[in-house]
Each structure stands twice: as C-alpha cells, then as structure tokens.
Design a protein around this ligand. Sequence first.
Ligand code: HEC
Ligand code: HEC
Length: 280
Amino acid sequence: MRSRIVGLLALVSLSFSLVALGCASSQPTGTNDGGCGGDACGGDACGGETGGDKLEERFAKNWDVAKTLKGDPEAGRKFFYEKTYGNLMTCASCHSMEKGDTMTADAGDHQRAAISVYGARWRTNIKNTGSHNATLGGDVCVPYWMGGPEEGAEPQDLANLDAFLKASSGDKDHATAVNIDWKARSYTIPETLTGGDPERGKKMALKYCGTCHEVDGVAPLVDVDERDLHGGGIPADRLGRIAARIKDSGQKNNEYMPGFSDQRMPEKDLLDLLAWFEKK
Ligand code: HEC
Ligand code: HEC
C-alpha cells in the first residue's frame, strides 16, 4: 500500500500543477498540502509539460466522456458529501463548500485538512476556465486519498460533480476568492511542544480533528472509522509523534490523513491541542 501511495504522490503533485496551468497565467503553480510539500516530489519534478501529458493519459479518458454527458447538480452534491471508495472518507471530510469560506478558514465549526473548495485557487476565474479544474482536482483526490480506482471517478460522477461545482460556486467575483500563495506554505513543528492551554486545546481538537475522529465522546462529522481521540494519556516525550502526524505534508507518518499547513493551523492552536493530549 505504501509504495502505491508514494507513487501516486508524484502524480498528484503533477496533476495539481496542471490544475493551476489550466487557469489564467497570473495563477501560481506550486506546492500544496496534498503533494509537493512531501519529499517524494521536489522542485522541478512538480510541474512542466511532461506532468501534464502524464495527467492527460491518466484522467483525460474519463473527463472526455464526462464532457459529453449531462451533469445533475443534485447527484453531484450527493457525490461530494456521501460518496466513498476504499475507505470512509468523502470529499466533505477534507473540503468544505460553504459561501462564508475563506482561503484559510472554513465558515462552519470544522477546519478541514485541505483548503475549502469554495476558496480554491481557481475561483477568481472560474467563469473563464470552467470548473473542470475542480473536477480534475477532485478526481486526483479519489485515488490518492479515498482509496478509489487509479483512473479516478466514473465519467457520470465527474459530470455530476462538475454540475454541482458550477451551480454552487460559479460566481466570478466571490468576496474571498484571493489566490493562495502556494509557495509560502509551510509545515513547522515547533522545538518546544509543551506549555499550551489544554482547555482551549480540547476546542482545537473538536475544530481540527472532529471531522474524522471522535473527540472525547463527541461523534465525528464524517465517520472514517479511525482511532477515537481522548484528552490526556500521552507522555510529553511522545507529543512529537502526534505533532509529526498533524504537520505531515507528505504522508510519511500517515497514509490517508492529510497534513495541516501552518497557514491552516497556527502554532498556538497546535501547542494547545498537544497540551490537551498530554498526560498530566
Ligand atoms: C483526505 C482528504 C481529501 C479528500 C477526501 C479529498 N481531498 Fe481534495 N484535496 C486534499 C488536499 C490535501 C488537497 C491539496 C490542496 C491544499 O493544499 O489544501 C486537495 C486538493 C483539491 C483540489 C484542488 C484545489 C486547488 O485550489 O488547487 C480540488 C478541486 C479538490 N481537492 C476537490 C476534491 C473533491 C471534489 C473530492 C471528492 C471527490 C476531494 N477533493 C477529496 C484533500 C482531500
Ligand atoms: C480528513 C480526515 C482526518 C482528519 C481531519 C484528521 N485525521 Fe487523524 N487520521 C485519519 C485517518 C484516515 C487515519 C488513519 C491512519 C492513516 O492516515 O494512515 C488517522 C490517524 C490518526 C492518528 C494515528 C492513529 C494510530 O493509531 O496510529 C492520530 C494520532 C491522529 N489521526 C490524530 C489526529 C489529530 C490530532 C487530528 C486533528 C489535528 C486529526 N487526526 C485529523 C483521518 C483524519
């Protein structure tokens, strides 16, 4: 499993670069939480024509068919919130889709591990590029995160998702649609991991982890059937392992759990969260 994932990592980076290439030239290419941040993909390997060709080979077939189909936005909505493949994650496990979303924060109570689709980087020019970029991004996430087939989602599912994304996010000038500075993204593990506020940390656990994990008996938003999280019980010298899981951009410490960038989880939030985990 691990080698399949690492193999996909390079592809995923290439594909997200292509997502950016499909946008206006002012759109940045670069790293993202899902791919290029990891050590499997460094520098030039993350972009360029070759990557695009490979991506075309891999996903174009389904998208070419999808373009000829009529998409049903309601079925696309269902796909976004409910469709699962090899594990229990849905698109909504990692992306929110609410009008109040900004590039760095979700409008709801949960802060997802990936950027909200509503604030995705293609939004400012979605009318010019079409939402196939979003669909393509989602298609990459299907094999990479959701345990789906390597060729991605079925054509009809892509057409439905496309219709849903167009219907829900088709405005050209969404107030929060500012392009992300992808290159500025970072994943920092502070040198000192102790000293946070455990009470605030519990709130942070609900906010950041409660999408996928049960937190002190509070049921997750989507149940990915992973370990329940509880406050206390972790000796201070093991906090580093948890920090590494949370701040992992390249699946070195987790196969399916995406890392939180510093831009999505500031240091104070991480330290308070770790204080909640720490055995006193
Ligand atoms: C396990 C988490 C996870 C799941 C599940 C997931 N994604 Fe993603 N997705 C990510 C991560 C991480 C990125 C990288 C972008 C970032 O830095 O946040 C990403 C990137 C994207 C992008 C590109 C955004 C941009 O601006 O470049 C789109 C679009 C997208 N995903 C849509 C989807 C759709 C649609 C689904 C469901 C079919 C889905 N994703 C499922 C984690 C996930
Ligand atoms: C998008 C869903 C998702 C989110 C959000 C998420 N996790 Fe996870 N987590 C998973 C999955 C799936 C696994 C299974 C292991 C893997 O990824 O390989 C996991 C595994 C773990 C493990 C390892 C469990 C073990 O037995 O080894 C820890 C610890 C953990 N998560 C903590 C957290 C914390 C803390 C947060 C919040 C900062 C968080 N997770 C947010 C999905 C998520």
